[in-house]
Structures are given as structure tokens and as C-alpha cells.
Design a protein around this ligand. Structure first.
Ligand SMILES: C[S@@+](CC[C@H](N)C(=O)[O-])C[C@H]1O[C@@H](n2cnc3c(N)ncnc32)[C@H](O)[C@@H]1O
Length: 272
């Protein structure tokens, strides 16, 4: 007998409540409220084989904060956040606006819940918007009227891909996808990436990969060298591709062994 799930107001009729989604499973791990029983069950299975996951996700959000702050420090005021997820505390627009309230942000996610919720919290804002789209189709994202309305492609853009490229298998050519975004932005633009990796705890990461694949979606952990290759043609800023917690840490950040985050991070500049 099927279980009837009550549909909350923020979940439109196009949202499938019977299957877990990567965005909502992530929301479970961050302690958010925008998820369903199927997502909580999938999250629990994943946490059983990867108990450090909540800490990894917090470290990822801390990297997001430092990277966006670094970019606003360079004078970048426009952000294209690909695979932005369900908004939780410390979103890109909050970090960017705390540096410069004129920053403009386009959130992009393939998950309808993430987009619906982003639109709800951004409804009062003229400087940020959310686009429902698949980052694997760069031209559609770049040509989207909302993207075009919000971003001025004659000025530098921060292209953000936090914790999302591991959902893009090699068969979809992640490097080629990144290149299309890089080709669309002017020199001085930057690309910021965080990416799950096998280089940390290989056995458990492999198990978690299987859990994710079986229960939620495709998942491709990559080595540090493979993640570094994603920045080909760009100039990596110091300290290069390092574990999440090693990328320009702040004094007050959670103290954990970077290797335990099983996630690499880097920021690179499009050269002149
Ligand atoms: C782990 S969350 C990361 C959220 C946020 N970037 C962060 O780092 O906190 C990954 C997000 O990427 C989205 N995603 C996965 N594949 C995608 C694709 N092909 N295009 C756009 N979004 C995608 C998922 O729906 C999910 O919301």
C-alpha cells in the first residue's frame, strides 16, 4: 500500500515527493526543514556509511563563505551559482551582500524544490534570482532570460560550483561543461569548485558513492589530480587545490583534519 505524503505549500505539484533528491538529502544533513521521509531515509543510510558527512557539509559551507568573500574582495560583484541547493544559513547572496549589497546573484539548480524555495526567499530582492536548469546544458543556463537580466557578461563573473560536479559523470564531460562557462565570461572572472574525492578515506567513500548511486542519483568521486584538471586553462590562486578546510581558513572555523572532509576545493582566475 502506498504512503500518502502531505504536500507543503513550498512544494509545487511538479515536485516528486516519492523519490529522494540530492538537494533535499543535503538539506537533511544540514539540519534543514525542506525534505521528506524518503530523503531522511536516504540521508540516514548515507550517514551510516559516512558518519563524518554532516561535518563535511559544514566545512563545504565554510569554504563557500570564504571563497565568495575572497571574490568580493577582488571586486567581483556578480555570481552564477550552479547547483546552488536549498537555501540554508550562509547563502551566496548573504555572504556577497554583506560585502557589497549591489552584488547580483543567479542561483541555478536542477531540483524544483531548491528553485521553489530559492524564489520564495528571494521574492523581495531585485539583485538575485533562481533559475531551474541543468548545469550540464551551459548554453540554456547562459541564455536564460533571468540570467541575462541579472548578469552583465561584459564584466567579471564568479562561476561557483560547490559540491555539485561529483553529480556529473565523466560521460557528460565536466571539463567541457566548465569550459563553456569560462568561454562565456571575461578575463578576470573566477571559477570556484568544491568536489568530493576518493583521496581521503577511499573505502568508505566508495561505499558512500554506492549508497548515493543506489538511493539518490549518479555520483562520481574524483582524485585530486582529476579535480585539478577541471581548472585547466585557468590560473589557480593560492593555495591551489587543497582539502576544504585548508583553503584560506578563518581563525574561528571548525577545526578538523582536512583529509577527513574527503573534499577538495580551489579557486581560479580566467587569464587575460
Ligand atoms: C550537495 S548540494 C550543494 C549545494 C550548494 N552548492 C552547497 O555547496 O552548499 C548539490 C546540489 O546540486 C544540484 N545538482 C545536481 N546536479 C545538477 C545539475 N546537473 N544541474 C544543476 N544542479 C544540479 C542538486 O540538486 C543539489 O541541490
Amino acid at each position: 500500500m502506498g504512503v500518502t505524503v502531505e504536500r507543503p505549500a513550498w512544494a509545487g505539484s511538479d515536485i516528486d515527493l516519492s523519490r529522494p533528491s540530492a538537494a533535499r538529502v543535503y538539506d537533511v544533513h544540514l539540519g534543514g526543514a525542506h525534505n521528506f521521509q524518503v530523503d531522511r531515509e536516504a540521508a540516514q543510510r548515507i550517514a551510516e556509511v559516512m558518519p563524518g558527512l554532516p561535518q563535511i557539509l559544514r566545512a563545504n559551507r565554510a569554504f563557500l563563505r570564504r571563497a565568495v568573500r575572497y571574490l568580493t574582495g577582488l571586486g567581483i560583484t556578480q555570481f552564477l551559482d550552479l547547483g546552488s541547493g536549498i537555501p540554508t544559513v550562509g547563502n551566496v547572496h548573504e555572504v556577497a551582500w554583506s560585502a557589497n549589497p549591489d552584488c547580483r546573484i543567479v542561483y541555478v539548480d536542477v531540483d524544483a524544490v531548491a528553485v521553489a524555495h530559492s524564489r520564495a526567499i528571494l521574492s523581495e530582492s531585485d539583485n538575485a534570482t533562481a533559475v531551474h536548469g541543468d548545469l550540464r546544458r551551459p548554453q540554456e543556463i547562459l541564455d536564460n532570460p533571468e540570467t541575462q537580466r541579472m548578469l552583465d557578461f561584459s564584466r567579471p563573473v564568479g562561476v561557483l560550483m560547490f559540491a555539485v560536479l561529483h553529480f556529473v559523470p565523466d560521460s557528460d564531460d565536466p571539463a567541457g561543461i566548465i569550459r563553456q562557462y569560462v568561454d562565456a565570461v571575461v578575463p578576470g572572472s573566477h571559477v570556484a569548485i568544491s568536489h568530493a574525492s576518493l583521496d581521503g578515506e577511499a573505502d568508505r567513500a566508495e561505499e558512500a558513492t554506492e549508497q548515493f548511486r543506489n538511493r539518490v542519483t549518479d555520483f562520481s568521486m574524483r582524485t585530486r589530480a582529476e579535480i585539478t584538471d577541471l581548472f585547466t586553462g585557468l590560473e589557480l590562486v593560492d593555495p591551489g587545490v587543497v582539502y576544504l578546510t585548508e583553503w584560506r581558513p578563518d581563525a574561528g572555523d571548525e577545526d578538523c583534519d582536512g583529509k577527513q572532509t574527503s573534499t577538495f576545493a580551489g579557486v581560479a582566475r580566467k587569464p587575460d
